[in-house]
Design a binder for this molecule. Structure first.
Ligand code: NAD
Ligand code: DAU
Length: 354
């Protein structure tokens, strides 16, 4: 499918910025609109290299603002929406569940309804609404080798995953009720450049550089399936253009790591790159109280996207994690900027407070 004007929400965030960069560079003839509220997690510095491209446009807006969103879709003749904007951090959802319901559920519904009101009049032909979801909606697996497939029943446990699951149900409802051409993908844990340092990998790398404690939740035995963010962006591109309407695609790396083992890789690699004795910082590991409702294990079966759409990761985990660790250690200014909060004041001056 060829689109004229693609609206990407949350394009200033971690994954969104990689999707925007890929699309702006790959599709010079398509208008790429990045709609982002620039919360603490949104950072236009993530997009410095493409901000002057003629096919790129940034709009500071809130996905919960119905009229603004509808106006943006109508005025720009948007024919495809890739919806990434969300509150994304599980720990924050435990302390502020209302925020997660507002943004992840009501924000998604607002976007769906705004798109419906414009597209139903224009006709559904050539339109696509693409929901970026997560493997967390499937709940938790035991250590029994099973994997989440596209038919695994939704069983969310955290306020974050409950809100994401609810949003996905609305997306399916818009397809079933109104005939909106929708598609959903559920991805595992992403890693790579530009991730806000509240998430495990950038938080721990930032702490290692200052020799600060590394707070391991519980016994560090929870398992996550890690995928390099650029490979997620490539999968999103493929699904947007070649995925089937009303289908779901799981995206993952067949790459399970126990947290504590991954943390040891981070420490040993960072120590080497920082010229410290290998393993010198292992004593920073500090076991702390477990996350409430901490899901034991996530693991994605991505056979469907591989066999039906021909997707496969472009880097191995060893390559991706080395690239990632190097990137954070070489971009300490980026880490300092986002941890100081200076960038938020800058955006407020530039774009006001919406
Ligand atoms: P992120 O927190 O880095 O970025 C979220 C972006 O959304 C930010 O730029 C933020 O400013 C924007 N945003 C938040 N509220 C908004 C609002 N009300 N209006 C407009 N913009 C708003 O998140 P991420 O890790 O890049 O995740 C992006 C999407 O991918 C989310 O939907 C998340 O659920 C999903 N996902 C993430 C992962 C992962 O490992 N990070 C894995 C699977 C799925
Ligand atoms: O699985 C996909 C999900 O991955 C996405 O939907 C979420 O948006 C994204 O944030 C991520 O969720 P996680 O909760 O898995 O990611 P996080 O980096 O917060 O934690 C990874 C694991 O590390 C998890 O088991 C909790 C643990 N952890 C995390 C932090 C921040 C720690 O032990 N200590 C920490 O300080």
């Amino acid at each position: 499918m060829k689109y004229k004007s693609i609206l990407i929400t949350g394009g200033a965030g971690f994954i969104g910025s990689h999707v925007v960069r890929l699309f702006v560079n790959k599709y010079p003839d398509i208008r790429i609109i990045n709609l982002d509220k620039l919360t603490y997690a949104g950072n236009l510095a993530n997009l410095k290299d493409i901000e002057d491209c003629p096919n790129y446009q940034f709009v500071k807006a809130d996905i919960c603002d119905f009229e603004t969103v509808r106006d943006i879709i109508r005025r720009n003749e948007v024919d495809a929406i890739v919806h990434l904007a969300a509150e994304s951090h599980v720990d924050r959802s435990i302390t502020d569940p209302f925020l997660f319901a507002r943004v992840n559920v009501m924000g998604t519904l607002t976007l769906l309804e705004a798109a419906r009101q414009v597209w139903e009049i224009e006709g559904w032909e050539g339109k696509r609404y693409y929901q970026i979801s997560t493997d967390e909606v499937y709940g938790a697996l035991q250590f029994d080798g099973t994997l989440f497939t596209e038919t695994t029943r939704y069983d969310p446990h955290s306020p974050y995953s409950a809100a994401k699951a609810s949003a996905d149900h609305f997306v399916r409802a818009y397809h079933d009720t109104y005939g909106m051409p929708t598609v959903i993908s559920n991805c595992s844990n992403n890693y790579g450049p530009f991730q806000f340092p509240e998430k495990l990998i950038p938080l721990f790398l930032n702490n290692i550089r200052f020799r600060k404690p590394l707070p391991v939740y519980g016994k560090g035995e929870n398992v996550r399936d890690w995928l390099y963010v650029v490979d997620h962006a490539r999968a999103i591109d493929l699904i947007l253009h070649e995925g089937q309407v009303a289908e779901t695609y799981n995206i993952g790396g067949f790459n399970e790591w126990k947290n504590i083992d991954l943390i040891k890789v981070l420490i040993q690699t960072a120590d080497r790159l920082l010229g410290r004795a290998e393993g010198e910082d292992l004593d920073l590991i500090t076991y702390v109280a477990d996350r409430k409702g901490h899901d034991l294990r996530y693991a994605i079966d991505s056979t469907k996207i591989a066999t039906e759409l021909g997707w496969k990761p472009s880097v191995t985990f060893e390559q991706g994690i080395e690239l990632t660790i190097r990137w954070y250690l070489e971009h300490q200014d980026w880490l300092d900027n986002v941890t100081s909060g200076d960038y938020l004041q800058y955006y407020e001056k530039m774009y006001g407070n919406c």
